[in-house]
Design a protein around this ligand. Sequence first.
Ligand SMILES: [Zn+2]
Length: 191
Amino acid sequence: MASRISRTLVAMVATAGATLGVTLANPSPASAAMTICYNTSQAPSYASIANQAATIWNNATSNLTLTANCGTNLRIYQITGGGSYAVRTSLGNGRVYIDTQQAAQYSPLRIMTHEIGHILGLPDNYNGDCALLMSGGSAGTGCTNPYPSTAEANRVTSLFAGTLSATERGTDSSGATVFRDSWPAALAPVG
Ligand SMILES: [Zn+2]
């Protein structure tokens, strides 16, 4: 009798342990970290800036790892004139174009983290607030803040976690979208 109970208990504990083990070993896909591979081969002047921007986003979010040159989720290009912009093909995928002329007026790191922000699902917000990353050039050439606000970073985390309803997501994470004109042409310096 006693041995049967202990065998039963052992079996129950083993079952509970196995269930727990499965739960811990297989987190739901929604909470798994996602690797976004970016490629800077077409933006040699901004490879270091891209690495800094990736570190900023990795630190600001809890479920993303932007990694250099492991693939091509995100291709980064440098162009001359026409304005910096981003083309998001889907959440976490697309292309970023850095205008070398704009990067000589605005903080190149702020431009890079902002444009990557579009790839990560964020829209523009031209309210002139330098504390926001997605205010872009509306905050002026003097604004060099390259960090997303807590709200901006948390929104990216939520988008990748898949925890937002369709209404909450809006169009931020769906479909192909082009984000242009984030960095208005600055007036040429006098003299
Ligand atoms: Zn923008």
